[in-house]
Design a protein around this ligand. Structure first.
Ligand code: NI
Length: 180
């Protein structure tokens, strides 16, 4: 079990596109995947991307049954996605208070397309192809952003839509709607 340190916003590796994976089904790739799994579990993430643990490769992991950081969300199947491509299937967007292991303690109200299609590969180079909506679509887009050097605060045009998680937790849904 190897829980890796998660790099935080400001680290250069989080601000540049990751390199595509060229060798599949290797012990090296399996080690990276295990480290991603151990780290995501340890930090209670709903997703994690390789650059967050210092690895410059297009690998992301997401999925959970129940998650204490997002207690109201339905399960998302645990998925390893390598060299992914994500495309929006609708122009409709919704806003959600997103967090990130690389931006600890802070949430931001991020607008994203509600429905997407994603493709990518498993560690054994099997093609994955899926169309999803809701929280599943949001998590995939968030992790995909990491592989493109993008963190959620960069997507927020109004800095007032950033807040500390412990302050947000004190507000009712109505208060949040009134303030933000
Ligand atoms: Ni993140």
């Amino acid at each position: 079990m190897t829980v890796r340190t998660v790099l935080k916003m400001g680290h250069p590796l989080l601000m540049k596109p990751s390199k595509p994976v060229s060798a599949f089904d290797t012990p090296e790739l399996q080690t990276i995947i295990h480290d991603l799994e151990d780290s995501m579990r340890h930090y209670q993430g709903v997703g994690i991307a390789a650059p967050q643990i210092g690895i410059d490769q297009q690998i992301m992991l997401f999925g959970f049954d129940k998650n204490p950081r997002y207690p109201n969300e339905a399960a998302v199947p645990k998925t390893i996605l390598i060299n992914p491509v994500v495309t929006a299937l609708t122009e409709a967007e919704d806003e959600y208070w997103e967090g990130c292991l690389s931006v600890p303690g802070i949430r931001g109200l991020v607008s994203r397309p509600t429905r997407i299609r994603y493709t990518g590969y498993t560690a054994e180079a099997t093609l994955i192809e899926k169309s999803v909506s809701g929280f599943h679509a949001r998590v995939v887009q968030h992790e995909y952003d990491h592989l493109n050097g993008m963190l959620f605060p960069y997507r927020i045009q109004d800095p007032r839509k950033l807040a500390y998680t412990d302050e947000l937790d004190k507000l009712s849904e109505q208060q949040k709607a009134d303030i933000f």
